[in-house]
Design a protein around this ligand. Structure first.
Ligand SMILES: [Zn+2]
Length: 471
């Protein structure tokens, strides 16, 4: 990319001038040369080679042959594992390749079938229990979801997501990060999100503190079925309220707010902010839904297990190229062939993922035990639990109808700060953690709606069920 140092310096000067004033979007205000460099490394040619190889296996249907080395899901997963192993040799063994699997029978899996994921794990240098995941699924299908013999190239659904995962591993494995990175190539998605389930089970068994799963599914096509080309933005879908919210938590949240502030949503905002800062003419469009209407993806298995996760999908899909037998009819070419992938577009989507993973892994963990108070007062007090890896914190707030964090102010490491003359009733609040060298975590919304993990419940800001108790 063409970013030059003088621009960085100017940005740094501007950034310091912004301290304690308004900012437009998280993250800010420190701009990191590393993220520009990582974005510049993403190679459309590498991703083309990856997708061409995956397509060459004919079909990667979950029920297809596992013995052949040239055709079927078995050949595909062994090739993915070999790619990760080769990268690991290039980085002094920095990647561990794991292949967790489970046997499933289901509506789309008539006979017991082993569903196997291929993971590359890049252990964090100082806090390996913190885990940032990128995922995509390698399995493919045609019109009949049970047809495991016909050619199913799946170039975009989801060799494109798989290519994003593999390219992220190639680039990020050349660097060291405090937190662990996991590059996850899943299987069994088309048969019922089984690979996402295997990943969630594996993460739970390992005791990983998964801070994000960026699930990339259908990320390489830029020309929609309506003929419109959308090359400058990608959609990031995220749930608004946590799938694992309890009834009591929902009661409190309905009263005090938090419907649009789950950890998954904060990750979408974080990605939006990073794309705005580091990528040129490429933006994130946040969609306030877990997935596309009535459709699914592996991220839902992660959020059901309590792990924040988002779905990344191209801006404008072409349904003639999804889940279709290869054929021509009425002058339309059907099928998910490699000619339908826009590699410049896929590279930009991959850049959003790479800089998000790097930024989160360099930053401290998202703050815990975030709480706010200040009813019937002119000021708002924000509290959180100080952590060893954060040098300082940043308070963020926005109007309750704003999609993105808007105002921010530096906060001390003490775990408490007062926003003078910022009325608690009118704003949504959050806290991010900042490392000594300026890496910033996603913003955490107070209480159960925003907490990354289940915490001992903070004192309720207002007693649920007794709305009349405050004047
Ligand atoms: Zn898919």
């Amino acid at each position: 990319m063409r970013h030059i140092l003088p621009a960085l310096t100017a940005a740094a000067v501007l950034a310091s001038a912004l301290v304690a004033t308004a900012a437009s979007a998280q993250p800010s205000p420190t701009e990191h040369a590393l993220l520009h460099a990582l974005a510049a490394e993403v190679s459309p040619d590498q991703q083309h080679a990856t997708i061409a190889k995956l397509v060459s296996f004919g079909t990667r249907h979950t029920l297809s042959d596992t013995k052949s080395d040239t055709r079927g899901i078995g050949a595909a997963r062994r090739w993915v594992a070999s790619q990760f192993a080769a990268m690991s040799r290039d980085c002094g063994g920095c990647l561990t390749v794991e292949t967790p699997s489970e046997v499933f029978t289901g509506r789309r899996v008539p006979n017991p079938t082993e569903v196997m994921d291929v993971l590359a794990i890049q252990k964090g240098t100082t806090d390996p229990g913190r885990v940032i995941v990128i995922s995509g699924h390698m399995d493919s299908r045609v019109t009949d979801v049970q047809n495991f013999t016909s050619d199913a190239p799946g170039a975009n659904d989801d060799a494109s997501g798989t290519a994003a995962v593999i390219e992220a591993a190639r680039i990020l494995s050349k660097h060291k990060f405090p937190a662990t990175l996991v590059f996850a190539v899943l299987s069994g998605e088309e048969q019922g999100l089984y690979g996402g389930h295997v990943l969630a089970d594996y993460a739970t068994k390992q005791g990983w503190r998964v801070e994000a799963d960026l699930n990339n599914d259908i990320v390489g096509n830029s020309e929609g079925i309506n003929g419109v080309r959308e090359t400058t933005r990608v959609r990031v879908f995220s749930e608004g309220t946590k799938s694992v919210e309890t009834a009591a938590e929902a009661d409190r949240r309905r009263y005090n707010g938090g419907e649009v502030d789950s950890p998954s949503r904060q990750i979408a905002r974080y990605m939006d902010g990073l794309a705005g800062t580091y990528l040129g003419n490429f933006k994130v469009t946040m969609v306030y839904r877990t997935d596309r209407f009535g459709r699914g993806g592996d991220q839902t298995e992660m959020i059901k297990a309590g792990f924040p996760a988002v779905r990344v999908t191209e801006a404008n899909e072409n349904y003639n190229r999804q889940h279709q037998d290869l054929r021509t009819g009425n002058g339309i070419k059907y099928g998910d062939v490699i000619e339908g992938v826009d590699f410049a577009y896929l590279a930009n989507v991959t850049r959003v993922n790479v800089i998000t993973m790097a930024s989160m892994a360099m930053a401290p963990a998202p703050p815990t035990h975030v709480d706010i108070s200040g009813a019937v007062s002119a000021d708002t007090t924000v509290k959180w639990r100080p952590a060893a890896d954060a040098q300082r914190y940043r308070l963020w707030w926005r109007s309750t109808t704003d999609p993105q964090w808007r105002f921010s102010r530096a906060a001390p490491p003490t775990g408490q700060a007062v926003l003078k003359d910022v009325n608690i009733d009118d704003w949504y609040f959050g806290v991010s953690a900042v490392s000594p060298d300026g890496w910033e975590s996603p913003v955490v919304f107070p209480g159960a709606p925003g907490s990354w993990a289940h915490e001992d419940a903070p004192p309720a800001p207002a007693a649920p069920g007794t709305p009349g108790s405050k004047p």
